[in-house]
Design a protein around this ligand. Structure first.
Ligand SMILES: [Zn+2]
Length: 265
């Protein structure tokens, strides 16, 4: 996928240097805070002691250059999803309200509770935000065998699919594993629509990209994930769908290319 130097989204919230522990303070803020604390009758040393551990543990320097490239990538993909869904919603007589994409490292607090990176990228319907630790892209290629940048793009587009479900109130039925699978497959389908429309409107999709997305969809199928983690497969506990189902749902959205290809309008 061609993404370098392209337009990014304004809806990225970068919390990577904070590790989900709240707001880290810089030196200047710390001194001013200590002065205010002093004026209010407190011992400024206490204030500094309370706040430096957060400030010093995670400096912005801990965010590497490689991660900055990935941030740009995520921002461009997010902008592409906004272009596609604004248009698709308009065509259906609706208004698309784009979600924020929160980048975090290690752990994060959301309106759906605290989470660490091990849970993978997720969408929180309560605050309508997508949460992503960029190191998941490494895991995708290294541990799950899903190569290529478009694999990462698919993951973002899938989470945006959950946001669309929230906007259209399709997510009410997440009661049991079976309906949960249907929602996950629909999110894959919506990711396919995004790929179709992006390819149709911009000269950015390269040979092999769609295969990368299909590879990623298959790599994160429950059967494949369960085989890797426990060595056997328990279909009743599937919540996302099998590799085969996930890849074919993406393909369905990709060939149909419209919101209505995945959602009964
Ligand atoms: Zn999902």
């Amino acid at each position: 996928m061609k993404w370098r130097g392209r337009k990014g989204s304004d809806n990225i919230v970068d919390q990577r240097s904070f590790g989900g522990r709240g707001t880290a303070m810089g030196g200047g803020t710390l001194i001013i805070g200590a002065i205010i604390y002093f004026l209010l009758g407190g011992n400024p040393i206490d204030f500094v002691a309370q706040n430096t551990d957060v400030a010093s543990q995670r400096s912005p320097a801990s965010v590497s250059n490689a991660e900055d490239g990935r941030k740009e990538f995520a921002s461009v993909v997010l902008a592409d999803t906004e272009d596609v869904w604004i248009e698709q919603f308009r065509a259906a007589g609706l208004t698309y309200d784009p979600p924020k994409l929160v980048l975090f490292q290690n752990a994060v607090r959301s309106a759906c509770g605290s989470a660490n990176s091990a849970v993978g990228p997720f969408y929180c319907p309560a605050d309508r935000r997508v949460y992503l630790d960029l190191s998941f892209f490494d895991q995708l290629s290294r541990d799950l065998g899903a190569q290529g940048d478009f694999a990462g793009a698919y993951v973002i587009a899938h989470e945006i699919g959950h946001h669309i479900q929230k906007l259209l109130e399709l997510d009410r039925s997440r009661r049991d594993n079976r309906s949960s699978v249907q929602l996950e497959l629909q999110a894959d389908c919506l990711a396919g629509v995004w790929a179709h429309q992006t390819e149709a409107s911009k000269d950015v999709i390269e040979a092999g990209d769609i295969d990368e997305a299909l590879g990623a969809a298959a790599a994160v199928g429950d059967d494949r994930l369960q085989e890797r983690s426990q060595g056997y497969v328990v279909p009743d506990s599937f919540t996302h769908g099998t590799s085969e189902q996930r890849a074919s749902s993406f393909r369905k959205g990709y060939s149909g290319g419209r919101l209505g290809s995945c959602v009964q309008m």
